[in-house]
Design a protein around this ligand. Structure first.
Ligand SMILES: Nc1ncnc2c1ncn2[C@@H]1O[C@H](COP(=O)(O)OP(=O)(O)OP(=O)(O)O)[C@@H](O)[C@H]1O
Ligand SMILES: [Mg+2]
Length: 381
């Protein structure tokens, strides 16, 4: 074979030999894709882990609580040996073995739902409730301001009080005034909201509220409409009722869980003491009951003074006369009378309020109340 032919053949062979480097690349790429898809498939096959909370450790086991409230005694896997009560953990679905701890957001959202405020209400803003003020000063204000006094004397102030009485009589006002006088954070929760808005989360919210109160201490936890949570009328049948019951149990546990001289106090509030579960007012809980009634003549006079303080009244106005006209009204209604009287003056292009404005205002507020009572009766019987 001549040199020339050999070169030709070589060239020919070279031109036919395939370029394998591209294929190697492609092969590698396909392998990686296959790996990824396998992993993805595994992820789809895995059963989800359950989120639960550790209640208690018992030797090498733990009592966990699921979000539906059920509790189980379970095993702890080797990787999760460090868990403590209160931790949020992931548990395997079948036998609930604890797999690992997760970082749970501490306040699940409590700051979103609960307002922490520093009220500015003064005792002088409240009319006709001297006896109630006195009692609140003794059982809430004094222990917060001078806990050492109680230690020395050796008595335990109540953890909380229950304000009860008809609507609009100044219960919220009293609670805010004591928060202001003790420079406490005022944290308000409303029983009916806890029941309706936070379905499934009520108990958790209660717990978070107490944590929040401790973090912001000194604090007053104000529980309005506490009867919505703690009513003897609630039968524990439906899951909704069980949920209310759970929230209520959590509330009792939280109240029991702190000490009388901790700088957190609870003020419960209700218009329906008659249906309230007595568990709330048992000794050691909200065991000081303070009745806040509609004001008497002297009370109405004081309330009228408070709400007309910044109004321009006609000099001839006889306040005693208005006080008589408002007999049977609550503080909130007297406030409405003042506002309405102001509107009657405005409608007549006056800035000075006459006795006649007050008379018409009283009538209007009474009519308004009658309409509301009829509507209420029609709705609730
Ligand atoms: N004793 C009072 N002195 C002065 N103002 C009062 C008094 N009672 C009620 N008011 C006026 O009525 C408003 C509503 O009162 P408040 O919210 O304290 O009533 P409440 O007893 O908490 O009522 P409810 O039971 O309906 O919650 C107050 O903001 C205040 O303007
Ligand atoms: Mg109120």
């Amino acid at each position: 074979m001549s040199e020339q032919t050999k070169e030709k053949i070589d060239n020919l062979i070279y031109s036919y030999s395939p370029d394998v480097s591209g294929l190697v690349e492609e092969n590698k790429f396909l392998r990686e894709t296959l790996e990824n898809l396998k992993k993805e498939l595994d992820r789809f096959k895995k059963t989800p882990l359950l989120l639960c909370e550790i209640k208690e450790l018992l030797e090498d086991k733990a009592i966990v609580r699921l979000q539906n409230g059920n509790e189980f005694l379970v095993e702890i896997s080797a990787e999760a040996k460090e868990v403590k009560p209160g931790d949020t953990v992931l548990a395997e679905q079948k036998n609930l073995t604890i797999i690992k701890k997760v970082k749970a957001t501490k306040h699940f959202n409590v700051e979103k739902f609960v307002i922490v405020e520093k009220p500015k209400t003064k005792w002088e803003d409240i009319g006709g409730l001297e006896a109630q003020e006195q009692e609140i000063k003794e059982v809430i204000e004094l222990p917060l301001l001078k806990p050492e006094l109680f230690k020395k004397v050796g008595i335990q102030p109540p953890k909380g009080i229950l304000l009860h009485g008809p609507p609009g009589t100044g219960k919220t006002l009293l609670a805010k005034a004591v928060a202001a006088s003790t420079k406490s954070s005022f944290i308000e929760i409303v029983g009916s909201e806890l029941v309706q808005k936070f379905i499934g989360e009520g108990a958790k919210l209660v717990k978070e509220v107490f944590d929040l109160a401790r973090e912001n201490a000194p604090s007053i936890i104000f529980i309005d409409e506490i009867d919505a949570l703690a009513s003897v009328r609630i039968e524990v049948g439906t899951s909704g009722e069980r949920e209310v019951q759970r929230t209520f149990m959590q509330l009792l546990a939280e109240i029991d869980g702190f000490k009388n001289l901790d700088n957190v106090k609870i003020i419960g509030c209700t218009n329906r003491k008659d249906i309230l579960d007595p568990a709330v007012t048992r000794p050691g809980r909200l065991d000081r009951l303070i009745f806040v009634d509609n004001p008497n003549d002297e009370g109405r006079k004081q309330i009228l003074e408070i709400h007309t303080k910044n109004m321009t009244l006609d000099k001839k106005i006889n306040k005693e006369h208005i006080v008589k006209k408002t007999k049977g009204m609550s503080g909130a209604e007297i406030k409405s009378v003042c506002t309405e009287a102001g509107y009657f003056a405005i409608r007549h292009n006056r800035t000075r309020i006459l006795v006649n404005d007050f008379e018409k205002a009283v009538e209007k507020v009474i009519i308004q109340r009658d309409i509301e009572t009829t509507e209420h009766k029609a709705m609730f019987g």
